[in-house]
Ligand binder design. Structure first.
Ligand SMILES: Cc1cc2nc3c(=O)[nH]c(=O)nc-3n(C[C@H](O)[C@H](O)[C@H](O)COP(=O)(O)O)c2cc1C
Length: 302
């Protein structure tokens, strides 16, 4: 059977209980990797699948007779859990209320977040879709304001270094060799932002992590795109909202973290992994009185 990421990983193992199989074909129909087929009335592993079993578990989850077992690539039969009761599912109104009621929050109460609440957020976020199973995203939760403050100090040090090296003349000398948007981004956004981080920090204000009591940093392996971390972070943000916490996605810190391997080691981020997003969390100390309607730049139908 072919294996996905043959250089890096094994495909998952699939066991089919042919005797008890009802031959409904649901597992073959649902398999996104076309790894299963119904052949002469029997479910078989397909020889033609480009990837083999990617370990998504859909076949196990759809089988009415529990006749398929998938093991490996981060999945096992223990991962089959009961479906939430229909009444427990958020309907469109409650989901919309959660989404529209959320605002990015940068002001937090003194109190710390209970560890079990942070664990729940991570568990809830792990239900997010990934580009290909298994999850190649990891996360590290910094669980106290004191630790977050230490991390802020490191990020500030990183930005100090950036400003010392990346002088305006250097950007001007690169102008002809970089895209206009990159030039403008550095000139009008990244440098001013770095200066703002430093100036605020010197005045005793943390506008990197907003003196939050907790931060979750999401990182990913080189085999996937950072979009997977963004989706996981968004799920974590909605989970936090549902638990009464305020949060803000922080894109400003990971670029500094990415360049500080020592710090990544301290945070236990695997060597090959790249920190891509961060989420600050805390109990909000400010209450919004209205929601805001947002608009995509373009909304078309064709
Ligand atoms: C990818 C991404 C990165 C972000 N990075 C930062 C950041 O570094 N600092 C910050 O204060 N807000 C950051 N934000 C939050 C946005 O500024 C915020 O979502 C925006 O102001 C809109 O506000 P709302 O979330 O209340 O709708 C980020 C948001 C996203 C999606």
């Amino acid at each position: 059977m072919p294996v996905i990421h043959s250089l890096y990983r094994e495909g998952a193992q699939v066991e089919i209980d042919d005797q008890n199989c009802s031959r409904c074909g649901s597992c073959a129909a649902i398999c996104p990797a076309q790894a299963l087929c119904l052949e002469n009335g029997h479910i078989r592993l397909s020889e033609d699948s480009s990837f083999g079993c990617i370990g998504c578990g859909h076949c196990m989850a759809v089988c009415p007779k529990e006749c398929i077992v998938v093991k490996g690539r981060g999945i096992s039969p223990d991962d089959l859990i009961p479906l939430p009761a229909p009444a427990a599912k958020a309907d469109a109104d409650s989901l919309q209320a959660l989404m529209e009621g959320r605002r990015s929050m940068r002001h937090f109460e003194e109190r710390e977040i209970e560890p079990e609440v942070l664990d729940r957020i991570v568990a809830m976020a792990s239900s997010a879709p990934m580009s290909i199973p298994p999850w190649d995203v990891g996360c590290v939760t910094i669980r106290s304001r004191e630790k977050v403050r230490k991390l802020t100090a490191e990020i500030i040090r990183g930005y100090e270094g950036f400003l010392k090296t990346f002088r305006p003349w250097l950007l001007e000398s690169m102008r002809l060799f970089i895209k206009r948007e990159t030039y403008e981004q550095f000139k009008y956004f990244i440098r001013p932002l770095a200066e703002m981080y430093l100036a605020s920090y010197r005045e005793g204000r943390d506008i990197v992590f907003f003196d939050a009591p907790a931060v979750i940093i999401f990182h990913h392996s080189p085999y996937i795109d950072s979009v997977d971390t963004t989706i996981a972070t968004t799920y974590a943000m909605l989970a936090a909202e549902s638990l009464g916490l305020g949060s803000t996605i922080i894109g400003g810190a990971p670029p500094i973290l990415q360049r500080n391997r020592k710090l990544c080691d301290q945070l236990d981020i695997p060597k090959q992994n790249k920190p891509a997003t961060a989420l600050v969390l805390g109990y909000p100390s400010i209450t919004f009185r209205k929601a805001l309607r947002r608009h995509f730049s373009h909304v078309q139908t064709v």
